[in-house]
Design a protein around this ligand. Sequence first.
Ligand SMILES: NC(=O)c1ccc[n+]([C@@H]2O[C@H](COP(=O)([O-])OP(=O)(O)OC[C@H]3O[C@@H](n4cnc5c(N)ncnc54)[C@H](O)[C@@H]3O)[C@@H](O)[C@H]2O)c1
Length: 358
Amino acid sequence: MRVLVTGDRGYIGAVMVPFLRDAGHQVDGLDTGLYEGCDLLGGPDPIGSRRPRDMRDVGPAELEGYDAVVCLAALSNDPLGHLNKDATYSVNLDGTLRVAQAAKDAGVERFLFASSCSLYGAAGSEAVGEDADMFPVTPYGETKALAEKELSKLADDNFSPTYLRNATAYGASTRLRLDIVVNNLTAIAMTTGQVRLESDGTPWRPLVHIEDISRTFLKVLESPREVIHDEAFNVGRSEDVVQVRDIAEMVKDAVPGSTLSIADGAGPDLRNYKVDFSKLNETFPDLTLEWTVRKGVDELAAAYERHGLTLDDFNSAQFVRLRRIEQLLAAGLVDDQLRRQTEDQFPGPGDALFEEKH
Ligand SMILES: NC(=O)c1ccc[n+]([C@@H]2O[C@H](COP(=O)([O-])OP(=O)(O)OC[C@H]3O[C@@H](n4cnc5c(N)ncnc54)[C@H](O)[C@@H]3O)[C@@H](O)[C@H]2O)c1
């Protein structure tokens, strides 16, 4: 298939694009390039002569000839949404719908939307299936819920959107993120010798490895239309719905000499939910998600070791999305809607330009 991946230069895209290519698909990317230079171990394949492109400007002509669009592009987490709610709505909702409408107008038949389990929000103590009501508690979660609803209105005989509600991701990527729990705790342990919990560790978190996310997207791409048309799937493994303190224990065991500590006065984190993955398993019985959190922690620790990850890296804008966006805003490289103010590729986070500004 000919596939266009939006957000291909981000954390998941850096793993998904080679994964889809290895499966024999012809894959192109479209990305505004917010995280250029935010690289672990050399970064993804070079962008070549491709121009950065904002998905909010895409029209049908650019999408002609594709069989599928995979929409990963987004402002990708809760703290970013709080920084500027309008920008999160603009990118995650308007941008997604713009690409979807353009894809539909261009005759692209499939649209795989990277949604998130965070749209369930304050879900209570029962594991939530796809039919559960949505109670998003952040602008990020709201945009995912609204985008699904609006995409569904575009579904017809010639256009099949699918909503892949990913659990919180983990795993090594050349566009690493350290603002997600497993990656974060492993990095703290490696750079400080301490696995430090800021909450009491009781909240439940569903987790999934980025290669298993890629495997699931591939499965949906290759499945018959009637199986995936206008359907939502929770993406993850029931074995990996774990409490944060379990992750901390795994990290402590994997990083020799590290100790576990809980911040003074830490109470429970409000983001606390369990997710039911039976629809994914029942719909795709031959889809096997291969990673466990423990294996992922070992993979991350080995990647950090090879890269020589330092505490300075950990505290920099390199691997934390919110800090990188703040850096781009302070330098005037993007406006408050996170639209680029230059056609040139952004400098990496260690560029002298940013040192002068801070
Ligand atoms: N990482 C997770 O834990 C997780 C969990 C659930 C869902 N998701 C979803 O998966 C997708 C990918 O997440 P990620 O972790 O790779 O995020 P990321 O922030 O690493 O990557 C997002 C990419 O989108 C690009 N982008 C942002 N705005 C754009 C725009 N206007 N036009 C074009 N490109 C733009 C960025 O430059 C970046 O390369 C997101 O939609 C996210 O909401 C991620």
